[in-house]
Write a protein that binds this ligand. Sequence first.
Ligand SMILES: [Ca+2]
Ligand SMILES: [Ca+2]
Ligand SMILES: [Zn+2]
Ligand SMILES: [Zn+2]
Length: 507
Amino acid sequence: MNWRPLWLGFLLPLTVTGRALGPAEKEAAVDYLLQYGYLQKPLEGPDNFRLEDIMEALRAFQEASELPVSGQLDEATRARMSQPRCGLEDPFNQKTLKYLLLGRWRKKHLTFRILNLPSTLPPDTARAALLQAFQYWSSVAPLTFQEVKAGRADIRLSFHGRQSPYCSNTFDGPGRVLAHADIPELGSVHFDEDEHWTERTYKGVNLRIIAAHELGHALGLGHSRYTQALMAPVYAGYRPHFKLHPDDVAGIQALYGKKNPETEDEEEVTELIVPQVPTEPSPMPDPCSGELDAIMLGPRGKTYAFKGSYVWTVTDSGLGPLFQASALWEGLPANLDAAVYSPRTQWIYFFKGDKVWRYVNFKLSPGFPKKLNRVAPNLDAALYWPVNQKVFLFKGSGYWQWDELARTDFSHYPKPIKRLFTGVPDQLSAAMSWRDGHVYFFKGKQYWQLNRQLRVAKGYPRDIAHNWMHCRPQIPDTTPSGGDTTPLATGPDHSVTGTALGTTSLP
Ligand SMILES: [Ca+2]
Ligand SMILES: [Ca+2]
Ligand SMILES: [Zn+2]
Ligand SMILES: [Zn+2]
């Protein structure tokens, strides 16, 4: 990464008394601060970190870790950074709250499924440890968990190694990161298969405690600042008489209420897929109008369409329910200009006016929204191009190509859209690269698919409402649009990633 040589020079004062730290140790420390959310790479401005930013990040980390707050990379700080821990970010920007809430399920009866078990424990022992992990939470909050052995489940527990085709996060071999989980209502809980998972011993890593911690995330809790809390980011080791910390209890009860036998049965059974509410006041958009503010291929291959203050998912079989976008992405304004998800960084960017919002899943990154300084405000559209891992921003007849992780020289931008994407209109409504490997542009009620040479494919533009939103035309359509290349007709074997674009390269 480009920033490394830049900041190394600044880090010279960060030496431990008595022994100078090597560049690799400083790099590792800054990587840690970045990875766990104590330090943010600037979207705008120079890429090197200022010494005071690093010291501020170190102070935040030390405070959160209950270490002496020196702002220096001292021995205690380095030792803490090398301890095994959870893969999720820490709530570095939370100054007052002890527990942190990331989201909640809209139902209290949840199903779960154990997809595989670790090789280091007898299956019965491992299963019992996982089941007990659920009980810690169901004993203090009005939650019930029901195991299913097949089919869909709200919460899915599995063990995977460094890479997994089902998970966009990686693990790191033995030690360091032990597990990670998704926030509601996603439900994935993953354990690093390279750890030595144990039960009832001080050796290895206790499966029950780590599972309880990750379930805390899956239920909506973030990291706690109490180092003795279950939701502390660093694994505190095996405790024979483990129980939840008062901060863990306060957090889960803030989300789901207190355990109360009288109210336990009258839980609201809100289905995940609620039918579309037909008679809402006018602000609720009609997906069949075909008009969009923004569209993106989001995390886990989900397609999100935005209009007004609403968002819905577009699947092969139809549309998901309409949600207030700000209910999913807290703090997000209505009437977005553009939205794009980068699989490279797993950041979601939303653009509106002269500001950009950045989220990880549904969590706003600290310091955002930020002002757009180096590209024009009021963008039309944005997309991520997997071939070169760049983000493209569109406005009027021009585009910018932006590298998220390097300082981009924008002096030659905007460039004419037509020079790169042949046959595409100006003043787009929305754009995205989709999971079939094609780039799509949307304008008004129509959309365009680009072929491998980045030319508009034959037979386009087509009708957004008909082909993307599964809306039947008002007048029976006697000339259906062939069906050969309608985006949603493509089967799973067409869902290739950008590598399918092959040798195409930017001028
Ligand atoms: Ca690990
Ligand atoms: Ca737009
Ligand atoms: Zn965690
Ligand atoms: Zn995973």
